[in-house]
Design a protein around this ligand. Structure first.
Ligand code: C2E
Ligand code: MG
Ligand code: MG
Length: 441
């Protein structure tokens, strides 16, 4: 009897979901946890659109049936954290409760970013496109969803609930059947992210990427000594998207692995074609992202290069300084393996990261690429001159090659030549171009 009473006090008798009393406890518990572990929590309040109309026209029995079916559908869309799991492990965990009337509430823990809350909201709205089969007939019901996030939109339960409520009202006044964040700026950013992520995933499967090639020139002999492969994304609506607009997202979502794989294969295959065509000393520089570098064993990268028929000693792997800050021993081993296969390692954007110069001594690095930002004002800014000269001198005495990036003017070129850095890359010589155009240079 005691159990029965407790269950009556904590669960909603119509839907069997936790009621407000239990939910408040769960929320307090989740917030305690979130504070301790500094994790975000999302609260979604859902309001069934035009429920009163359904209730009035079809009767209370049908109304009750709908509320029960609605609860079931919500549960199906949220992976519960209490072990009744469903769906992919990456999905957010959560709790569904009924606030009363036609209002439900969802507590999401386990989210990594605001877009995850968006994702759940969109999934729920999507699931509502299926009609509800009640005894007497089929009805459609949509919902308005308001979202507040801990800690951005409130530090305590009361504020978060109040703000989620404000967001629901906003969703209703925005035409219902949609979700809104309390923090309005998140509506666009989370949604933008989410749709970019979806597009990027599709791009991987639909092969929407292409490579441009920028020559690396020896300005003294005026010969092309190498080429850097630079990725582009051709999106059917967005047009040509530049790497800085999608590589960060690709890195965050792990999509960089298949993308990087594709770049490696494509650039090496192209390199092989050029070698066959007689440009047999041409070096192919490929940018590796941190994840690729850390998660793909060097042997796998070598296999990919060799499979395309290119000798690894013509491949230059470009990494950034920040990558070298990790586990030193592991880094050294990885780099040694690349050396052993004959590939060259270059430090891209040199001088802009955490330049701990000791790594130049510790690791087998072949090339320093002077970042474009130093080259830009080379002719006018004394400090950029000083840094550039220092990098060139240092590279020379450490017996490393040095390449200047972003050379746009003859003055910059002459300055670099004067200071002993003949190898350059930049619009003065050529923009990144399609493979066919590269051949004509
Ligand atoms: P990065 O490796 O430093 O590449 C050089 C960037 O400078 C390229 O931009 C190139 O178009 C641009 N550039 C070259 N010469 C000049 C010049 O004279 N003036 C100016 N203003 N810019 C010049 P892009 O192609 O937009 O690439 C940006 C960055 O995206 C690259 O910087 C690289 O870090 C990354 N990236 C490009 N392709 C890949 C890729 O396949 N994988 C990965 N992980 N990252 C890539
Ligand atoms: Mg590069
Ligand atoms: Mg660079």
């Amino acid at each position: 009897a005691e159990r029965k009473i407790r269950s009556l006090a904590h669960f909603d008798s119509l839907t069997g979901l936790p009621n407000r009393v239990l939910f408040d406890r769960q929320l307090a518990f989740a917030l305690d946890n979130a504070r301790r572990h500094q994790e975000p929590v999302a609260i979604l309040i859902l309001d069934v659109d035009h429920f009163k109309r359904i209730n009035d026209t079809l009767g209370h029995t049908a109304g009750d049936q709908l509320l029960r079916a609605f609860a079931e559908r919500l549960k199906r869309n949220v992976r519960s954290t209490d072990g009744l799991t469903r769906g992919e492990p990456s999905e957010s965990g959560g709790t569904v409760a009924r606030l009363g009337g036609d209002e439900y509430i969802l507590l999401l823990t386990d989210i990594r970013r605001d877009a995850d809350a968006s994702k759940v909201a969109l999934r729920i709205l999507e699931s509502l496109k299926e009609p509800f089969r009640l005894d007497s007939q089929e009805v459609f019901a949509t919902a308005s969803i308001g979202i507040s996030l801990f800690p951005t939109d409130g530090e305590d339960a009361e504020t978060l609930l109040k703000n989620a409520d404000v967001a629901v009202n906003h969703a209703k006044s925005s035409g219902r059947n949609n979700h809104q964040f309390y923090n309005l700026s998140m509506n666009t950013s989370a949604f933008h992210r989410l749709s970019m992520e979806t597009r990027l995933r599709r791009a991987v499967s639909q092969d929407e990427f292409l490579l441009r090639y920028q020559p690396v020139v020896d300005a003294e002999t005026r010969r092309i000594v190498g080429v850097e492969a630079l990725i582009r994304w051709r999106h059917p609506d967005l047009g040509l998207v530049l790497p800085l607009d999608f590589i960060p997202l690709a890195e965050e979502t792990g999509l960089i692995l298949p993308i990087g794989e594709w770049v490696l294969r494509t650039a090496c295959a192209q390199g092989r074609l050029w070698h066959d065509a007689g440009f047999d000393r041409l070096r192919v520089a490929i940018n590796l992202s941190a994840q690729q570098f850390q998660r793909r064993p060097p042997a796998a990268i070598r296999d990919a290069i060799v499979r395309e028929g290119l000798d690894p000693s013509f491949v230059e792997l470009e990494i950034t300084e920040s990558l070298l800050m990790g586990d030193a021993e592991r880094m050294r081993k990885t780099l040694e393996e690349f050396k052993a296969m004959g590939a060259r390692i270059s430090i891209d954007d040199f001088g802009t990261g955490y330049s701990s110069l000791s790594y130049l001594k510790k690791y087998p690095i072949d090339v320093l690429k002077i970042d474009r930002s130093f080259v830009r004002d080379l002719v006018s800014a004394a400090d950029d001159q000083a840094i550039t000269i220092a990098i060139i001198r240092m590279a020379r005495s450490l017996r490393k090659d040095v390449v200047a990036e972003g050379v746009e003017t003859a003055e910059q070129r002459d300055f670099l030549l004067e200071e002993g850095c003949p190898v350059m890359q930049g619009f003065l010589f050529s923009k990144p171009v399609p493979a066919a155009l590269f051949e004509s240079r």
